[in-house]
Design a binder for this molecule. Structure first.
Ligand code: SF4
Length: 198
């Protein structure tokens, strides 16, 4: 298993609950055990998709996801769900969670509106420091997301780094960093010892 010792200690020191799993299947089983009979919103996430959480959680919860349902109404319903799930674009081993967003629904839900928020994070999202995690979010995660969305941005065309573009297709419009759980929101980080998402 990847050495999650440093990041676990840092996250717990910041007030996050942390669980670590060897596989995405084990993590998905845990989440299905924890989240039951409630409303659930999902943020845009290749990680959550790869784990089949919309489908499995949907068997025993009311789940809203703009990737699988009418986007506008699913985003609105997800914003008011009891529980929200997202991944991150970068996780610093010093304990900061970083997300960049274009529409804003995902970063808004990191910060407000839910009883509990889970971040599901594959080992590939980790970076030793805050600066390196931010670099990763901007130069690895965002260009890959721009490519996935087939945006006409320099990063999607070149596929190598962020160009801090002025493109109308720019997907990087807001940055949210969690230093600690927001007041009144229980926040749990579920680490998975697999490469998941970007
Ligand atoms: S700012 Fe522009 S170039 Fe940089 S990652 Fe975002 S969309 Fe790509």
């Amino acid at each position: 298993m990847a050495d999650f010792t440093t990041v676990c200690k840092a996250l717990e020191g910041h007030g996050f609950t942390v669980k670590a799993f060897s596989t995405k299947e084990e993590a998905a089983a845990y989440l299905n055990q924890q989240i039951d009979g409630v409303s659930v919103g999902l943020g845009g996430s290749v990680t959550l998709d790869a784990m089949g959480l919309f489908e499995s959680l949907g068997q025993h919860n009311t789940v809203y996801w703009h990737w699988k349902q009418d986007a506008a109404s699913a985003r609105a319903s997800a914003a008011n769900a009891d529980v929200y799930l997202s991944s991150v674009n970068g996780l610093a081993e010093t304990g900061e969670l970083i997300n960049i967003d274009g529409t804003g629904n995902r970063v808004a839900s990191m910060l407000y509106g839910h009883k509990k928020v889970y971040f599901v994070v594959g080992r590939n999202k980790l970076a030793p420091t805050y600066d390196e995690a931010l670099w990763r979010a901007r130069n690895i995660a965002a260009p890959k997301n721009a490519q996935r969305l087939m945006q006409k941005t320099p990063c999607a065309i070149q596929g190598d780094r962020c160009y801090d573009c002025k493109s109308p297709d720019r997907i990087c419009r807001g940055l949210a960093v969690l230093w600690e759980p927001m007041m009144g929101i229980e926040t749990e980080v579920v680490l998975v010892d697999e490469d998941l998402g970007y």
